[in-house]
Write a protein that binds this ligand. Structure first.
Ligand code: SF4
Length: 453
């Protein structure tokens, strides 16, 4: 579940500030897998949709028993995400109704029902009974081949498999390289209780057949209800020995699809999300200091907001200059001013003894002007109040930010939050940019000059 943060939502990109990868510079799947392990599914989804391959990501959904969770998550990030539904011509009527219900309820605007090639059907399944004679071939022409065509033009596809569904899925990663595609399994870590909790929290509609014992739902001829002691997928292709849709082989413990042209591609299904994600997301407003995460007691005021009666307030430089600076009633009140990079620091210097906090904004991690402002505050003006970093603050920056005088960090970046929560901090043994500390020589001295000082 995404959480409101005041200015943006966890899992949503910072407007105008997306970091977009090109396929040529994609991170290694194993690196991404490690980075997002234990992370909210929303973070991984948002990363895939907005940064890894924006406009080149498709979700594959069967609109089956667990599909609502993933589709709900995706809809809250980008409801126009292409969603591929393999319309095999063999689905339960209830599945098609459920598909239409979820589309309407979640506001999905780009669901594509993909059908088999008519010539292939008439040649290989003229009477529609191929599923009984050769279910692998039936899956190949009704699912595999249409999916292959549908994924052309996409770089990333997202599916909803979970590790706890079958033993063959037990070792799959959150992110896998799949031939020319990156494959994202955002719900791989979720168990049944997390799926159920998410469904309950968000009051998601259930597939109408789940109440009749169908816990994994595919095509009607190949799906049967399960008993209490059976696995959810025991009702799929019952009695045939087939356990996965399409033609599958095992490659390094991973289920893969074998395509008609001899290519391989991992199999598809639905998606899910986690209460664990909600817990992490709900801590989004926390601040980070050297002592760990802490609550933010400051109230950020817009330029038109009424001044509250009590409590510390954070305002823009313009609001301070034009409205609050002259108010005697604020003499005993904690007030902070947030400076954007273009706001002149010198304008608030005469007021520093009245300001309990100066927030310096990083509109992008590539914009380093706030470093200089922090150093000037500490080194030139001797400011000893709170210097807060706001905006696009990433883990790699923090060691140098600390050296420059920042004391509090408002962090919305998911991976940075998780790393800090886990006690991780980049080790930087050598700094090539000195600050004005006594052991480093005068402010501005370059490393190669220090030995001469
Ligand atoms: S699940 Fe059954 S009916 Fe559907 S494509 Fe596969 S074999 Fe054919």
């Amino acid at each position: 579940m995404a959480a409101e943060t005041g200015t943006r939502t966890l899992g949503e990109p910072k407007p105008g500030n997306e970091v977009v990868c090109s396929k040529e510079t994609w991170p290694d799947a194993a690196v991404l897998d490690r980075l997002f392990t234990g992370a909210p599914a929303q973070d991984l989804l948002a990363y895939a949709l907005k940064e890894l391959a924006p406009g080149k990501v498709a979700v594959v959904s069967s609109f089956g028993a667990d599909s609502a969770v993933l589709l709900h998550l995706v809809s809250r990030i980008a409801p126009d995400t292409p969603v591929i539904f393999l319309e095999t011509g063999k689905h339960f009527a209830e599945t098609l109704e459920y598909r239409d219900q979820l589309i309407a309820q979640f506001g999905l605007t780009n669901v594509r029902s993909v059908t088999p090639d008519a010539d292939r059907l008439s040649a290989l399944d003229p009477d529609g009974g191929l599923n009984g004679r050769d279910p692998d071939l039936c899956c190949a022409i009704r699912k595999e081949e249409p999916l292959e065509k549908a994924l052309a033009g996409f770089d990333v596809w997202i599916n909803g498999r979970r590790r706890n569904q079958t033993s063959t899925r037990g070792a799959m990663g959150l992110v896998e390289r799949d031939g020319p595609h990156m494959k994202i399994n955002p719900l791989a870590e979720w168990d049944n209780s997390e799926i159920e909790a998410y469904r309950t929290i968000h009051e998601l509609p259930r597939h109408p057949l789940t109440g009749k014992g169908y816990l994994s739902i595919g095509c009607a001829p190949c799906t049967s209800p399960v008993s209490e002691n059976e696995d959810a997928r025991a009702g799929r292709w019952r009695g045939t020995g087939k356990t996965e849709c399409g033609i599958h082989i095992s490659r390094n413990g991973e289920t893969v699809r074998v395509l008609s042209a001899g290519q391989t591609m991992t199999e598809s299904s639905e998606i899910q999300a986690s209460p664990r994600a909600d817990i992490r997301a709900n801590a989004q407003d926390d601040l980070w200091t050297r002592d760990g995460f802490t609550a933010d007691d400051w109230q950020r005021l817009g330029d038109e907001d009424a001044l509250p009666e009590t409590g510390p307030v954070l305002v823009s430089a313009a609001r301070w200059r034009d409205d609050l600076r002259g108010l005697n009633s604020l003499q005993d009140r904690d007030v902070g001013v947030e400076l954007m990079p273009d706001d002149p620091l010198e304008e608030i210097v005469p007021d520093l003894d009245r300001l309990a906090m100066v927030a310096l904004n990083f509109p992008a991690f590539t914009d380093g002007r706030a470093y200089s402002s922090a150093r000037l505050l500490r080194e030139r003006h001797g400011y000893d109040g709170e210097v807060r970093a706001t905006g696009d603050v990433l883990l790699d920056q923090i060691p140098f930010m600390l050296r420059c005088g920042f004391s509090v960090f408002a962090i919305s970046d998911g991976p940075t939050r998780r790393a800090l929560a886990d006690g991780q901090m980049p080790e930087v043994p050598i700094y090539l940019q000195p600050v004005g500390r006594q052991d480093e020589g005068p402010l501005g001295a370059r490393p190669w000059m220090r030995t001469r000082i």
